[in-house]
Design a protein around this ligand. Structure first.
Ligand SMILES: Cc1cc2nc3c(=O)[nH]c(=O)nc-3n(C[C@H](O)[C@H](O)[C@H](O)COP(=O)(O)O)c2cc1C
Length: 298
């Protein structure tokens, strides 16, 4: 068992928000999904107050080591999520962590308040990779913005609040420190790195409909490792590490760097059961290490 902010989890592997559609998977695999659910907790895709269509196509560009996505956070909005998605996600056999994002602190507060009242929700994750339309600053790119956001929402819930840090800033460790000082119960990182691809035929135009996108997958693994190590060294709250994890060894490396939990994102597009495989590989490595350190005699 792994303990995270007072929540008991069967193992340390969860999903990265937006990379595993549990509702579609349940439709495709039926109850077999519930019997073999690949993650120890489920992190939902980002929910916003208003429904969003997402960005125009094309939304993906494949890279030699991952992809760039410009999905644009399509979702049903708070009311649609509460009415349609929450009952389905509450039926999963693992705790539910709801990821939310707002364009103002007031919007984030509204989302936090709404989910604070729902017993089905074990914890909240704040996606702060988004500009505050009132200040023009990305909420998670500046320690002062992050502190002000937590001051606005922290007292609205007793549930654990996880701040999902962006790698697209001067110092994620400074932001993590501010998040902890203003009441965050945990931090998670990394979100995607900004990137773009040129259109192969249309001169001077970007490929992605949204212009730019977020880079994920093996290409970002080394960035994730150094940022997780730096953040974990600066905060005492638990860290959820992610970025390019494909194997138990990669998850182990992030745990060695200081992560309590490890999230699998892009790899689940290739193999929807990657989470279970990685959890089993990690358990084997950690079991083996315990045995070789003498903590367990063979
Ligand atoms: C297609 C796609 C959609 C994503 N959607 C979200 C999202 O809705 N909210 C969020 O906080 N992160 C989102 N992410 C970021 C992932 O949760 C994760 O932080 C990132 O991809 C790094 O992990 P990975 O390299 O294992 O994919 C998305 C990533 C991808 C590839």
């Amino acid at each position: 068992m792994t303990e995270f902010c007072g929540i008991e989890l069967a193992h340390p592997i969860v999903n990265g928000s937006g990379t595993f559609d549990a509702i579609a998977a349940r439709r495709a695999f039926g109850d077999a999904l519930l019997e073999r659910f690949p993650f120890a907790a489920f992190v939902s895709k980002t929910v916003t107050v208003a429904p969003r269509q997402g960005n125009p196509a094309p939304r993906l560009w494949e890279l030699p080591g991952g992809m760039i996505n410009s999905i644009g956070l399509p979702n049903k909005g708070l009311d649609g999520y509460l009415a349609e998605d929450l009952p389905k996600l509450a039926a999963l056999p693992v705790p539910l962590i709801v990821n939310v994002m707002g364009f103002t602190r007031e919007e984030v507060a509204r989302l936090v308040e709404a989910f604070a009242a729902r017993d089905e929700v074990a914890a909240l994750e704040l996606n702060v990779s988004c500009p505050n339309v009132k200040t023009g600053m990305v909420m998670g790119a500046d320690p002062g913005e992050t502190a002000a956001l937590l001051d606005a929402v922290r007292q609205l819930t007793v549930k654990p609040v996880v701040v999902k840090l962006t790698p697209n800033c001067a110092s994620p460790a400074d932001v993590a420190e501010a998040a902890e000082a203003h009441g965050a119960d945990a931090v998670s990182l990394i979100n995607t790195l900004r990137g773009m691809a040129m259109h192969p035929r249309r001169h001077g135009q970007p490929w992605l409909g949204g212009g730019t996108g977020g880079v994920s997958g093996p290409a970002v693994r080394a960035v994730a490792l150094v940022q997780v190590a730096e953040v974990a060294a600066r905060v005492s709250v638990p860290v959820i590490g992610m970025g390019g994890v494909q194997t138990g060894r990669h998850a182990y490396d992030l745990r060695e760097a200081g992560a309590t939990l490890v999230a699998v994102g892009t790899e689940s597009f290739r193999d929807p059961l990657a989470g279970s495989r990685i959890a089993a590989e990690l358990a084997e490595i950690e079991g083996r290490n315990l045995a070789s350190s003498g903590a367990i005699s063979a």
